[in-house]
Design a protein around this ligand. Structure first.
Ligand code: FES
Length: 89
């Protein structure tokens, strides 16, 4: 039994104040249409910005997802490789 609730696999925490992972941000942005600001991501994930240090990272993840249509590729791409995102089947 090697399950560890703190084992995040290929994900990483991008917002330490709210304990939000890159995977959560990518999933939220991928599932939404037209998310434009990090504030919308926080709201979608049921949290709010605290210190704001993560805003640039969340913005960068949003750009990656929106510019590369993550989840729509037939195979992994550089963006997916960086995030551990599994391409949609
Ligand atoms: S690290 Fe995200 S609000 Fe502080």
């Amino acid at each position: 039994m090697s399950s560890n609730r703190f084992d995040l696999g290929n994900t990483m925490i991008v917002c330490s104040c709210n304990v939000v992972s890159d995977r959560q941000v990518i999933d939220a942005v991928s599932a939404s249409q037209g998310m434009r600001t990090p504030s919308e991501v926080y709201r979608c994930l049921g949290c709010a910005p605290q210190c704001g240090r993560c805003a640039r990272t969340i913005r960068a993840l949003m750009d990656q997802v929106q510019n590369h249509n993550c989840g729509e590729c037939a195979e992994d791409c550089a963006v997916a490789g960086l995030t551990g995102l599994v391409a949609a089947e």
